[in-house]
Design a protein. Sequence first.
Length: 107
Amino acid sequence: MFGDIMGMMGKIKETQQKIEETKKRLDTVLVDEQSNDGLLKITLTANRQVKAITIDDSLLEDKEQLEDYLIMVMNKALDKASAVNEAELGAVAKEGMPNIPGLGMFS
C-alpha cells in the first residue's frame, strides 16, 4: 500500500513537471486571428500573451470602428488561444493522472 502511494506521488510530481514544460512550450505556440476583411490582425501565444497587433491605416480614421475591431478580433484570438491551451494542458494532466478507483472525474 505504501509503495503504491509513493509511486502515485512520483507520478503526480512527474505530471506537474510535464505541465510546466507544456506551459513553457505554449509560450512559443502562436495563434493568429484577423477581422473578416483582414484590416486588423492579432497574434497571441497559446498562453494568451499578445505578441503583435497589425492595424490597417484605413481603421485609424474611425476610432469607434477600430475599437470595435479590436474587441471583436481580440476576443476571437483569446478563445482560440484558450482552446489550444486547455487541450494541451488537459492532455498532459489526463495522461499523468493515476487511476484511483472512485475518482472518475478525469476519465
